[in-house]
Design a protein around this ligand. Structure first.
Ligand code: NAP
Length: 243
């Protein structure tokens, strides 16, 4: 996939990993970013006025649908969708009640929203000569973490969705990438774990892989984790259980 002259939608592109992608791609591509936090979107817009920013709560189906309409109307050249927005809550079903709000939000943002956005935008992507969907999953899609049951489940489901979508798009001009990051130093991981890589390092390595048409983009420690999972699944599970 060439990485210039594209029109790229990055969900959650005003912070963390999404912002790192926006920073690396905006010189040579038209970038569209969405998120809920108005102040963060404005900050990005002030720094990089050429980026199109939209406030949208992807957990809200009506909001998502309006946003998809706006993107299609304002950016008909859209040819790349980076499904990056995500949320992670840590809680135990055995201890904390009620967590219904967390469950719904995680499923909506991490699973339903990227699927629905893909569904809405795919016809437009399929009309382009060269297009891509990039789904960001997680090491927890390979082996789950005890206190992140729903997050791990959504990422695992996204992994499966990504592979099936890839099958459906075989022979088309739309490539489907899965990015599996290790622990990255962003708001999401504040106070969690060590040995984090920067969002810039992640995005830079991911873009190299995408430019070389490597569709399964495992970065850093996730490469080792996947190998371990293939050889000795129980060891991979043990490693991530309380990670
Ligand atoms: N950090 C890691 O170690 C790590 C590892 C593996 C995978 N990932 C995945 O990488 C992706 C990016 O995560 P990150 O680490 O960069 O986290 P982050 O810094 O917390 O960024 C998450 C982004 O998602 C947006 N977002 C969250 N809920 C949203 C909603 N309802 N509607 C619209 N946008 C929403 C946020 O924007 P607003 O708050 O403005 O809405 C924010 O820009 C996620 O899919 C995450 O699961 C991260």
């Amino acid at each position: 996939m060439k990485l210039s002259d594209n029109t790229i939608l990055i969900t959650g592109g005003a912070s963390g990993i999404g912002l790192a992608f926006a920073n690396l791609l905006h010189d040579n591509n038209k970038i569209i970013v969405c998120g809920r936090d108005k102040a963060r979107l404005e900050k990005l817009k002030n720094r990089l006025p050429e980026i199109a920013t939209y406030q949208c709560d992807l957990a809200n189906e009506a909001d998502l649908s309006r946003f998809a309409d706006t993107v299609l109307a304002n950016h008909p050249s859209l040819n790349m969708l980076i499904n990056n927005a995500g949320i992670q809550y840590n809680y135990l079903f055995t201890e904390e009640q009620p967590h219904a709000g967390f469950v719904t939000e995680e499923v909506r943002v991490n699973l339903l929203a990227p699927i629905q956005l893909t569904e809405r935008l795919l016809p437009n992507l399929m009309r382009q000569d060269d297009a891509a969907v990039v789904n960001i999953t997680s090491a927890l899609a390979i082996a789950p973490k005890k206190c992140a049951a729903v997050y791990s489940a959504t990422k695992s489901a996204m992994r499966s969705f990504t592979q099936a979508l890839r099958y459906q798009l075989e022979g088309s001009h739309v490539a489907v990438f899965e990015l599996v990051p290790p622990l990255v130093d962003t708001d999401m991981t504040t106070g969690r774990g060590d040995g984090k890589i920067t969002p810039q390092a992640l995005a830079s390595e991911a873009l190299k892989a995408i430019a070389s048409d490597k569709h399964d983009v495992l970065i850093g420690k996730t490469k080792i984790l996947y190998l371990l999972y293939r050889l000795l699944p129980s060891a991979a599970y043990r490693l991530l259980k309380n990670s």
